[in-house]
Design a binder for this molecule. Structure first.
Ligand SMILES: *[C@@H]1O[C@H](CO)[C@@H](O)[C@H](O)[C@H]1NC(C)=O
Ligand SMILES: *[C@@H]1O[C@H](CO)[C@@H](O)[C@H](O)[C@H]1NC(C)=O
Ligand SMILES: *[C@@H]1O[C@H](CO)[C@@H](O)[C@H](O)[C@H]1NC(C)=O
Ligand SMILES: *[C@@H]1O[C@H](CO)[C@@H](O)[C@H](O)[C@H]1NC(C)=O
Ligand SMILES: *[C@@H]1O[C@H](CO)[C@@H](O)[C@H](O)[C@H]1NC(C)=O
Ligand SMILES: *[C@@H]1O[C@H](CO)[C@@H](O)[C@H](O)[C@H]1NC(C)=O
Length: 322
């Protein structure tokens, strides 16, 4: 399937180049008006650049199709509330400015049924513009099954029999909070050596513990492999236990169902923001996957500054930022 897509792409590309060449020949045979000639002239030189670099493009698309075969696919669902418009716009900037190689990370905002008239317009507009929202069939709640609704809906939401869709649609699925900052590149790097099946990854609770097999992963952001979302959908265990702190409840499902045999403790690459210090906090440091409890703008600013996220701002005469 990969190969056929690749050949289709290549055939389309070759046809396009041939077509441009054909237009160029046509243009020079017909005595077209001067400015048309000029315009085509530019096109013709474009096409010659393209054809000169054809072999190079050809190779790079082979590498593309190769790298996509071991591309890590991750879905990050940020559980939030419909009315959190400014927070979503902020997080779109945070995640939209992180670039990745060899990985596909989709960040989506997840909430339950809309309840207000204005939401029907405002959220619909957001979807039209950003298409990064999942509205689950549930009533908004923190600890009464929203997490279940999220994970158990995924197999169906992303179930596609289309030939060109890979399976699983995502190797890993994450649940995150809207006050967590995730460094996508570090997350992907930390996942590369890990199994893609029966994996439960996160910040082990309690805070002093380093043993991922004892209790559960903190709700700041935990991640499981795709097979676990399918198990959550099918098993009776989660259905019977919905209430309670969502992260603990999630851990209990896996314990009762003997799932998550592969576990990875991401402490201290995940941690709570250093201020005020507790057993769960850590100083900002380079080896960071996620920082949690970014409750206000100052916390965000200090964190973003520490990780140099605006260092690559392109220079322009349109602005000057000291
Ligand atoms: C082909 O691509 C290289 C770099 O990608 C570029 O330097 C070169 O100018 C291109 N060839 C032509 C004929 O433009
Ligand atoms: C592409 O992948 C195949 C096997 O998956 C491997 O044998 C080949 O060396 C790879 N090619 C490149 C250019 O990486
Ligand atoms: C949504 O949930 C309600 C109540 O839990 C249920 O009656 C209804 O069938 C669900 N709708 C869909 C489309 O799944
Ligand atoms: C959510 O909304 C849908 C229709 O918009 C409705 O069918 C469903 O019953 C609602 N679910 C809950 C749990 O309220
Ligand atoms: C997904 O699609 C496959 C094939 O069409 C089907 O067998 C399977 O039951 C579907 N799963 C869900 C969760 O809808
Ligand atoms: C941010 O940039 C400074 C100065 O270039 C560098 O010393 C520091 O290590 C960078 N911080 C991180 C987390 O990469």
């Amino acid at each position: 399937m990969k190969a056929s897509r690749f050949y289709k792409r290549r055939r389309f590309f070759l046809l396009s180049v041939l077509f441009i060449l054909f237009l160029c020949v046509l243009a020079s045979i017909n005595e077209v008006r001067f400015e048309n000639l000029l315009r085509f002239g530019r096109l013709c030189s474009l096409s010659s650049i393209l054809s000169n670099n054809l072999s190079q493009l050809y190779t790079s698309s082979i590498q593309d199709s190769n790298s996509s075969s071991d591309e890590v696919r991750i879905l990050i669902g940020i559980l939030t509330l419909p009315d959190q418009y400014p927070r979503r716009h902020f997080l779109r900037m945070i995640y939209g400015t992180q670039s990745l190689v060899g990985a596909k990370v989709d960040v989506k905002f997840v909430f339950c049924n809309l309840t207000k008239e204005d939401q029907k317009v405002l959220v619909a507009l957001e979807i039209m513009r950003f298409d990064d929202i999942i509205i689950l069939n549930c009533t908004e709640n923190m600890n009464k099954g929203k997490t279940y609704a999220y994970f158990s809906s995924l197999p169906e939401l992303f179930n596609s029999t289309a030939d060109d869709r890979p399976y699983p649609p995502y190797h890993y699925v994450m649940k995150s909070d809207d006050d967590t900052y995730i460094r996508l590149g570090s997350l992907v790097d930390s996942l590369r050596p890990l199994p893609r099946e029966d994996l439960y990854y996160g910040y082990v609770i309690p805070c002093e513990s380093m043993d991922p097999f004892v209790r559960y992963m903190s709700g700041m952001g935990y991640l499981v492999s795709w097979d676990i979302t399918e198990w959550i959908r099918e098993s009776d265990i989660p259905k019977k236990h919905m209430e309670g702190p969502e992260d603990m409840v999630f851990g209990n499902w896996l314990k009762e169902g003997s799932r998550g045999k592969n576990r990875y403790n991401a402490k201290w690459s995940m941690y709570n923001y250093p201020d005020p210090p507790t057993k769960c906090t850590h100083e900002l440091w380079p080896n960071t996957v996620a920082v949690h409890l970014l409750k206000n703008q100052d916390n965000w600013v200090r964190t973003l500054k520490y990780f140099n996220v605006t260092d690559n701002l392109k220079s322009s005469k349109l602005y000057h930022i000291p």
